[in-house]
Write a protein that binds this ligand. Sequence first.
Ligand SMILES: [Zn+2]
Length: 456
Amino acid sequence: MILIKNCFYIHSPEAKEGGRGWDILIRGPQIQKIAPEITADEAGEGVHVIDGSRHVVVPGFVNTHHHFYQTLTRNVPAAQDAKLFDWLVYHYEVWKYVNEESVRVSTLLATGELLKTGCTATTDHHYLYPQGFEGDLMALQFESARQLGIRFSPSRGSMSLSKKDGGLPPDSVVQREEAILKDCERVIGQFHDAGDFSMSKVTLAPCSPFSVTPDLMKETVKLARANGVKLHTHLAETIDEEEYTLKHFNKRPLAVMDDWGFVGPDVYYAHGIHFTDEEVAHLAKTQTGVSHCPSSNMRLGSGIARVIEMRKAGVPLSIGVDGSASNDTSDYLGEMRNALLLQRVHYGSDAIGAREIFEMAAGGGAHILGMDRVGQLAAGWAADLAMFDVFRFDYAGALADPLAALLFAGHKHETDYTIVNGKVVVEKGELVGYDEQKLFREGHAAAERLLKLSSE
Ligand SMILES: [Zn+2]
């Protein structure tokens, strides 16, 4: 049981005028009550009391696109200035050395950074299964995520179309389709929990139209729908991709996905930058979701997603940090700030406000990942929340609107407390489940190993 007392500001439909001085009571995995005064007696014996008087309390953010393993190849000089396809071709040669330790430590690094920047639930899109990789990749990921306590919905990704068959990746990182489908089925059976407040869900995610065959796409759709799990892939990220599908299928990317049945309310795409008006209408009609990744889009010069038009049309939208080789952080609050600013570059300063970004980040993400009663602070909803200390000099002068201050001001972007499923996972700014300096050393060593092997 946790009682958060005397909050400076609560972003909740139940807390009037920001709930200044209000309290939040958490029992088990849920929020029990948000009210002006809750006593420790009411909470009962053994309650953990947290002082919220310096904090803006927000629903935890839900990250809808990432590639954790890329945390080990951030900011690699040879790919710092490359466009997507060249960037990928370079990195495949490094990533083919990803081993079990790379997966374990990169999952800890990415989830740790997410938790510390306000994110309480995340997916991961791991599509890279190098030849010779031993061990159970998804089990390693679930174990690391459990250790730090994040709500986790990773995808079993895949690549099956290598260079010799007309795709982009080399042979060394693709798998045979039968093996992929068999493992997808196993992973759903072993890890997918569809229950209330599930901490562990599985998504199926062929990597992209240029690294997977049409057959695998179609078979994956069948398998996902037979098991009631979500589908995810990259789409409309670059003009190169558009040229690829026009050349190979004589259709634009979304039309190709339509042919494969890879659209619908159980599908969400990463990026979704280059959609036409008709395509935006089609996404809205089919309720296909989009994970907007502004930092990566800026980093790779991929373009500005049409978030404003998609919102207006009613397309389900969320925000993702994308893989750490194209961000190169998992700073979720920073991603929200970039989402706010990047739209304004194209559409003007009145196009989108801070509150709409908070909605995309929490409720929008939870909807897209199929997490019920996640993404809002209210009684009966999951106790997933982030507490940012705004009584700091970098917020001085910005507190006339404490919620928007988190995006417009501040430079630390780190929570003081993060709570997931009723458990404190960041306390006084530190991860609870792992030593951060040890994590740095392990991450640094794993990254050095990859670069060394790839340069030999
Ligand atoms: Zn991606």
